[in-house]
Write a protein that binds this ligand. Sequence first.
Ligand code: FDA
Length: 303
Amino acid sequence: MLRTLLLYLSERKTPQRLLTSLPAVRKLHERFVAGESIAEALAAVRRLKSDGFDFTLDHLGESVKDATAAEAATQAYLEILDRLKSEGLRPNISIKLTSLGLAFDEALARRNLAMLADRARQHEGFVRIDMESSAYTESTLRVFRDLDAPRDRVGVVIQAYLYRSEKDVKDLTAMGAWVRLTKGAYQEPPEIAFPKKVQVDANYVKLMTTLLATSGHHAIATHDPQMIAATQAYAREKGVGPDRFEFQMLYGVRRRLQRELLQQGYRVRIYVPYGRQWYPYFMRRLAERPANVLFLLRNLARA
Ligand code: FDA
């Protein structure tokens, strides 16, 4: 219920205005978002690198409504790719195709993505296409499949909660794609997505084994100790070394676990979001863990 409500609110403008004006909300969002400016994002990335983590930067923004906004988002990402390169950091960005125009003009999103892929190739960086709600699954995969870019420069995300993901993973691995496996963060109906956590988890493990059996460099993105243990056990059993895949986690989530995996010799990439449009991202993080909401409510009560 709470998850449904939070995900509903994440897409509404009026609660956004109200909630983002509350100091307690602004304070909690700092845990999940590295800052509003590129300078703050780079400072977070440098801290992570000095601790031994890899990173991927997400300039927050999604569902833009016109070409001007889509071009501004593309320019912002081009700037980040250049900036990372000039700072001696291997560029790695995570983008949402709706921020590049997918919701109203697929051809525009394709052109914008091609520009980013090209720049990433020049800088020996990587572009990860995040997966959004099921309204965009098919178009996101179509745009990814048609993109003329080396497979080690642009990858895509799969959500284990979708029934279709098993086939998508087979198709993607057959074409040599590099996949980030997630559970999925949106509200989806039972007609297309597993409704129970136990089913999502079982599918996650199944997809993880399919991915790690192939030669791509895949990302196992989760904070769930059971998913992590299943990955480690499978990798050990099949002789898949820690250099053949990576774990990924979100900025500010399960920091101790992030460090433990590093200490065990795994590669860990932290997803670092920054920017002014943090509200939908923040609400999805609240929806993932009821304790985050309790923490917020306690602070609101104190304010
Ligand atoms: P699960 O939700 O079962 O959580 C396991 C444990 O992790 C919880 O018990 C809790 O302790 C901790 N935890 C999880 N989320 C937390 C939070 N927000 N705050 C505090 N603790 C938390 N989704 C998507 O649909 N499209 C995408 O492109 C991406 N991209 C992406 C990148 C990366 C690097 C990660 C790690 C995740 C995503 N996601 C995503 C989000 C993903 O789909 C999923 O919603 C979250 O990762 C939570 O699922 P877990 O696998 O962590 O398991």
